[in-house]
Design a protein around this ligand. Structure first.
Ligand code: NAD
Length: 416
């Protein structure tokens, strides 16, 4: 992705906010407050690498708005992480938690690094150093981080352990932990599972039969691989998936169970038998009913949106459709289910994990999945109904629902 495109993510988020704020006739005061993050922390992280060299990494934790509850948001390890990206993702978390109506605000964190170039020991050092530098602004009732791109349950375990050294054993300090260490059943696959609950709703709303549908998924990490698994379980024919190295395509459909095994054994999906290679750019334009970008932001843009053949686009990744692409898809009557509802399943089960940790009590998987479905479907229906009632796109409706909920509590608190 071009760096210019990345720089725009924060501007884009503000522009989307403004559209909904215009519709709501939100006051200047309200706009100023909700467009500014509450707190931004940048930290220096000197790490002694395996070869003896000292490398200085930069980390961020940005808390956007905490009116509805403690800040909540993932931590991303990626070479392209910068403060502008983290700002945008923090704001998106405020809107996401409001739409699904869980008692959290929005935050995001990140470290500018390439985890693929770190040894496991270096990764542990980076994770622990990051936690030791941000621990002064977080807490189980203040800000609760979680995994995001290139961070996982192991990273959360290291971070929880580091926090405990100074503050005592605190399960509820991060979510997305390993189940053996206070994690919730169902958390790992929750974003993918929640996304597919929404795909089913959207298919009903837009007249697509999921059982005879063809789907294409970009990204085969935590979100993409689980989306692929659950789409296949729903009977959809998943014809193409991709990872950072490129995609694989078989118009007859991919055996997702076999592909997951292949990926685990080979570290990549590349070379999976009976498939042809496609680039990530080609994959976006493949013929299908349901297109699910589940990797990076900005992958559907002004240049390729016109070539999209899908009947519905579901934003499993954060901000994969640019603003211009959104307009182009609208003119082609292709509905886009926005990220702030489509990928909210992870934070819903993170909320359940936090509740279980605070209560020192665990729920079984059926209960978690039942509660996840109920909450995420309600969030989607709130957005869908609002969009129909007010003749708005799903994205503007999603922002409007969220802004209304946040501004209500901001006013109740007396703006501070
Ligand atoms: P991940 O690191 O587990 O997987 C990312 C996937 O994207 C991998 O398959 C990787 O190979 C692929 N990828 C990386 N760069 C790419 C590129 N240039 N082109 C194509 N594919 C590329 O990350 P994840 O947790 O699955 O997150 C994916 C997206 O979903 C991100 O936008 C993230 O913010 C969002 N998200 C994740 C969660 C969660 O619970 N993990 C929750 C909400 C939103």
């Amino acid at each position: 992705m071009a760096s210019q495109e990345k720089i725009r993510i924060n501007d884009n988020t503000k522009l989307l906010f403004d559209r909904a704020a215009d519709f709501l006739k939100l006051s200047e005061e309200g706009r100023n407050l909700l467009k500014t993050p509450y707190r931004e922390l940048t930290v220096q992280m000197p790490i002694r690498m395996d070869n003896g060299e000292l490398k200085v990494f930069t980390g961020y934790r940005i808390q956007h708005n905490g009116s509805r509850g403690p800040y909540k948001g993932g931590i991303r390890f990626h070479p392209s992480v910068d403060i502008d990206e983290v700002r945008a993702l923090a704001a998106l978390m405020t809107w996401k938690t409001a739409i699904i109506n869980i008692p959290f605000g929005g935050a995001k964190g990140g470290v500018t690094c390439d985890p693929k170039k770190l040894s496991i020991g270096e990764l542990e050092k980076v994770s622990k150093s990051y936690m030791s530098k941000i621990d002064l602004v977080i807490g189980p009732y203040r800000d609760i981080p979680a995994p995001d791109m290139n961070t996982n349950a192991q990273v959360m375990a290291w971070m929880m352990s580091e926090y405990g050294k100074k503050h005592g054993h605190t399960l509820a300090i991060v979510t997305g932990k390993p189940v053996a260490l206070g994690g919730s059943l169902g958390r790992e696959e929750a974003t993918g599972r929640g996304c597919v609950y929404i795909v089913k709703e959207a298919c009903n709303d837009y007249g697509v039969d999921i059982k005879s549908s063809i789907s294409v998924i970009q990204g085969f990490g935590n979100v993409g691989s689980n989306v692929a698994r659950f789409m296949a379980e729903e009977g959809s024919r998943v014809v193409a998936v991709s990872d950072v190295q490129g995609g694989i395509y078989n118009p007859e459909g991919l055996d997702i169970t076999a592909l997951l095994k292949y990926r685990d054994e080979n570290g990549s999906i590349a070379g999976f038998p009976n498939t042809t290679k496609v680039t990530n750019e080609e994959l976006i334009e493949l013929p299908c009913d349901i297109l699910i970008p589940a990797a990076l932001e900005g992958v559907i843009h002004a240049d390729n949106a016109k070539n999209i053949k899908a009947k519905i686009v579901i934003e499993a990744a954060n901000a994969p459709v640019s603003i211009t692409a959104d307009e182009i898809l609208k003119s082609k009557n292709i509905p886009v289910i926005p990220d702030i509802i489509a990928n909210a399943g992870g934070v819903v089960v993170s909320y359940f994990e936090w509740v279980q940790n605070l209560q020192q009590f665990t729920w079984d998987l059926d209960e978690i999945n039942f509660k996840l479905k109920k909450r995420i479907v309600k969030g989607y229906r709130d957005v869908f109904d609002y969009s129909k009632k007010n003749n708005l796109s799903l994205r503007t409706a999603a922002f409007a629902v969220a802004i209304e909920r946040v501004i209500e509590v901001v006013k109740l608190r007396g703006w501070g």
